[in-house]
Design a binder for this molecule. Structure first.
Ligand SMILES: [Ca+2]
Ligand SMILES: [Ca+2]
Ligand SMILES: [Ca+2]
Length: 187
């Protein structure tokens, strides 16, 4: 997509009126079909919609929403926010301090933070690979065969229920359990 100065001005004006959030370099909205969407070097808002989509957000602090379907979401450089939505998704934060969200549904998602201090929300049997640097991982309702590889750095994992015995934790420096009315920590 080619960016014109007028499209940037329109986006900035809308964001200014709403007084929320940054202006987006581009807003890219997919269809219900499976498709490949590519962002700009700036901070984009990309909504893939239904279908099994592939998204390349490229550089910039992007917000990527996979929607329904089994999506592959590659956030590129920059501090990105990636939301998988329904379906067994693969979320790749890549470089930058990213936030990866896929703690919905019972599909097996793969969340890979990459370089940078990432914040990752997962659940069920998801596979989390936090990567380098200090990461924060939040787990809602872990189930059998969940694996969390915290990688390098001082990483913290917070569970909102007791950790099932069969969950695999690799290189996670701090584990914290927060359940209704009480909390416990281990190092
Ligand atoms: Ca789509
Ligand atoms: Ca971008
Ligand atoms: Ca999805």
């Amino acid at each position: 997509m080619r960016l014109s100065s007028s499209s940037i001005a329109v986006c900035a004006t809308v964001a200014g009126l709403a007084l929320v959030g940054p202006a987006h370099a581009a807003t890219i909205t997919g269809t219900a079909a499976s498709e490949t969407l590519t962002g700009t070097p700036g901070a984009d808002l990309i909504k893939a919609g239904a279908g099994d989509d592939i998204v390349y957000a490229r550089a910039g602090a992007d917000l990527v929403r996979g929607g329904a379907g089994e999506d592959l979401l590659k956030a590129g450089r920059g501090a990105d926010h990636v939301v998988g939505g329904a379906g067994a998704d693969r979320l790749l934060g890549q470089r930058g301090n990213d936030r990866l969200d896929d703690a919905v549904g019972s599909e097996v998602d793969v969340l890979r933070g990459g370089a940078g201090a990432d914040v990752i929300y997962a659940n069920y049997r998801d596979h989390v690979l936090a990567g380098a640097d200090d990461d924060d991982i939040f787990v809602a309702y872990a189930d059998a065969e969940m694996t969390i590889d915290c990688g390098d750095g001082f990483d913290r994992v917070t569970f909102n229920e007791p950790i099932p015995g069969h969950i695999e934790l690799i290189g996670c420096e701090r584990k914290r359990i927060v359940s209704a009315g009480r909390s416990a920590s281990s190092h």
